[in-house]
Each structure stands twice: as C-alpha cells, then as structure tokens.
Design a protein around this ligand. Sequence first.
Ligand code: GLC
Length: 576
Amino acid sequence: MITPKIGKFALTAALGMVLALGASPAQAAQPAPLAPPAKAVAKPQPWWTHAVIYEIYPRSFQDTNGDGIGDLNGVTRRLDYLRDLGVDAIWLTPFYPSPNADFGYDVSDYTAVAPEYGTMADWDRLTREARKRGIRVLVDLVLNHSSDQHPWFRESRSSRSNPKRDWYVWHDPAPDGGPPTNWQSIFGGSTWEYDKPTGQYYYHIFLKEQPDLNWANPGLQKAMHDVARFWLNHGASGFRLDATPYLFEDTNWPQDPDVKSGAPVGLKPYNSNLPATRAALRGLRKVVDSFPGERVLLGENAISSIADLRKVYGAKGDEINLPMDFLYKDVAGLNASAFKARIDEAELKLDGLPPVFHFSNHDTPRQWGRFGDGRHNDRIARITAAMTLTLRGTALMYYGEEIGMPDLAPDELRGIPLGPKRKVADNRDPERSPMQWRAGKGAGFTTGEPWLPVGRSAASVNVEDQRADKGSLYHWYARLLQLRKTNAAMRSGAYIPLESGNAQVLAYARRDAAGNGVLVLLNMSGQPQTLSISGWPDRVPVSGGMLMSSEPGAVMDWQRPVLEPFGVRLVGFKGG
Ligand code: GLC
C-alpha cells in the first residue's frame, strides 16, 4: 500500500511505518514493479563472506596461571563469552616462540606454542572447544620475515654456502662498503644490516631482528606451505597473513630518490606489491583450499587505492579471500561523506567480493578514542559499530571494542619498568592493554602483575558491569551481531547506497533476495539533523519496525524525519 508522498517520504499509519523512498510525485501515482535487488545472493555463501572475526591479542586477553601474561587457556576460558557475544571466528595474533623484539611477530619456531602462552595440547583443546561453540580460529602467519633467532636464519647466516643462505635476502655491500641501497625500513633506519662474518648485508623491511625471508626461493615457499599445513591439520580455520605486500623486492635494487636518511617509509614500488607476490599468494591459497571446511586467508595489506585492494583478491578471486580495507579504517574522524565515498567505492569496485571493514587492531589506536569527542564517546562508538556491522562483507572487531575500552593514557605507561615480561617499549602499547573483565585489581585479567598496566578505566569500563546493563555498549554490539545472524539482508543482502540529503548523515540499506531489508541511518554530528532520503533504486513500499535505535523507544516522525545528535536508526522494511 502506497500513500501520498510528503517530501521524499510517505507514511501510512495502517502499516505501522511505510516509506516510499526517492520516488517523485509522478512516480508515486503509478505503482511500479519492484526491480530485482541488485547483486542478490541466491545460494548460501561461505561463512567468511559475512562473518565477524574477533581479533585477540593473547598476551592481553586472559591470564590463567598468574604470570601476568595472557595464555591460550585464557582464550579457551572465555569462549562462552565470545559465543554469547556472537562472533563467528577469532584471530589470534602470534603465540609462537619468539624473542619478542616485536611481540611474536619475530617468530623463532613456526610450528610450536611459546611456553608463556601454553602448549600444543592447549592449542588443540582451544580449537576443539571453539568448534563445539561454532567458533573458528585463525592463526597469524608471519610470512615475510622470521626472527633472527630462528634456526633457518642461524643456518643462513652461518656461511655463504649454507643451503639456507638463499632463504633470506642477502646482498654484497655497495662499492663503498655501505648498504646496497638507501632504502629505509618501516620501523626506521636502513633496511640493511651488515653481517661481518660473511661480509654481506641482509635485508629487513621491519626490525633488524626480523630478517626478510626470500620468497623467490622454492625451498622456503615449500617450508611455509608446510607451516600452513601444520596449523590446518591442528584445527586452524585459516590464517591472518601478516604484512603480505612485502614478500618480494625489486632485485634491480634501485636507489630511492626521495629517501631522507632515517625517515621511516611505507609502500614503495621497489619494496612492495611486486608482481611475484600474486603467484606466491595463489600458491598459499591452493594449500589452504585443499583442506575441507571453507578455510580462509585474511590479509593485512597496506594499499593506497581500491583498485590495489581489488588486485589482492586475485583476478579470479583466487588469492587472499579477505583482504582488509585499510582505506575505511584510516578515514580521519567521524565524517559521513568520507565514509560514504569509501563504502560506495568498495561496493562499486570490488566486483561484489566481500569487503573487510574494521577500525581497531593491535597496531592502531582504538576507535573509542580515535572517533570519540571526549563527551559523547559511547554514542559515537554505537555509530562506528552500527556502520561496520551493518555493511556487506566481513567485519573485524578488536578485543575490548565491544565495551568501549580506551587506550592507555600516556601517564598510565610512564615509569613502567621494562623487564622479562616487556623487554621493549612499543608505541603500540596503549592499544594492547589487558582486557577489562571486571573492576578491581587485575581487572579479572590476571591475579598476578600484568605485563602491561590495566587501564584505570577498568573501574567503570568492564565486561561484568556492561553485561548486567541492557543499555550498555556491550549489548548494542551483541544485538548487532544477533541481527547479522538472523536477518537475511544483514547477513548477505545487497548494499543499496542512498542519499540522505544531509552531509552529516550516512544512509544506506541492505536488501535481501526477496526485497526485504534494513535501512541504516547514522547521524555523524553532534546536532539534530533533518533528512530527505533519495537514491532508492526503485519505488519500494517500506514497512517494518525499528530494529535498533540509539534512543530506545523513540518514535520517528517519518513525514519530517529528524535524527538526534549522534543518532542511529536501523529500520526494517519489507519488499512489496
Ligand atoms: C604487521 C603486524 C605488526 C608487526 C609487523 C611486523 O604489520 O600487524 O604488529 O609489527 O607486521 O611483523
């Protein structure tokens, strides 16, 4: 049933809420047939095309033996929590044996568990228990480099003729005896480290304790495939691939004309995304696909455009299943137009492949503080959550995001002595602080001395309190995750871009194959905003109900829709 239009909205009281979006008055007079929804998904898609993957920094999630360092048994202990929250999978950052120059991203044994995190038996139990709860577990695979303490590197550096010499990237000095090129590493300083006994330099795009593996060497490639097989045989559902752009270097070793000595650099044509990367990732994907059960590759890929991101999926979708969209993560500030541009572009240019949206991770300040204005952080956190979790594709969450855990403030870190638990200070410490399970000493994370301080915010920001409060951010997340599971449009429906008629308001819809769906309205400003939505692809009578609202019980005047400051609406609609 269609009623006369008022502005761009129409309403009938009889149907509760009925909207006609974007139809002109002339169109309103003559009912038009419903167009088939764009990109309707007919058959069930693999789980990873619409999953929520929760990143756990195991060191900071749950300690079970009182040493102040989280462990695998801690993750197992919290599986019921993760199931109740509603995540589909967890990604664990490295728990391999490591000298911890880069907290596990310097791997000294790829097929073992570091004693500080537990044992292989603990790992096996974790995956078994996770499976019982319908949760998959992804391992962080550090492909680009190992630790300089890895036996492979020890062998490689032992002599120029060692069979593993070529498993790493070695080069003769420049004629003046200096480094072969002027390239700078991501963590600062030259990418080259001189090895006196063998008279050559080795290459490292990250720390000097993280020598780059040579992916051009078939033996190394096979060894890495065997590492993948090891974890897949031990119940892993796939991998988060670390630092994939850097697997190959331009072996013409050009000088970088831009380099200012000592200045950190990022992606350069000579250090990243070399063509050989594509084939190497396809090779790894084949290994993963040869295992049953829809295993998956989630990729960390610094990219500078959507066109670059599209390449990472592989021309035939045969490389990384889920490359992270860092362009969305890096949008500066709460800006509806900037988000619309990013999201629409991903939808338009990724050929329908699942985008991977997220904001926070172990390398990036948490979204709570990044988007929060210091006064409305809780409301703003509901916007960023609602957006990421109602978009098509796969969403990543970072532990603690669901309760609005803030980063540690500088004064909370000041004066903390370095010791066996934290040998190096890291500028990413603030976003890696222990999970805040409850108020009180140790915050339910540890009974011992935590390796990083527990945030003082734990007194008021913790899981226990928020689970007891139905109006909390935790429950907002849990309801969003529930909606993703139970609502077909939210799960796998098409994304319908809309114009909100207001630069402060992001509006879009998700629509399933039957034409039913969810309208999403997000006011990204601290002022009330009036909307006038257009862009609906066809004349669609809309009825449904308020699925979620930042103002519980609020009734919207659909004849003159206004969103309150930082307001969120998720409105159900039914196709004609
Ligand atoms: C990735 C990881 C980061 C690590 C780096 C080197 O960017 O996310 O934590 O330091 O790779 O392995």
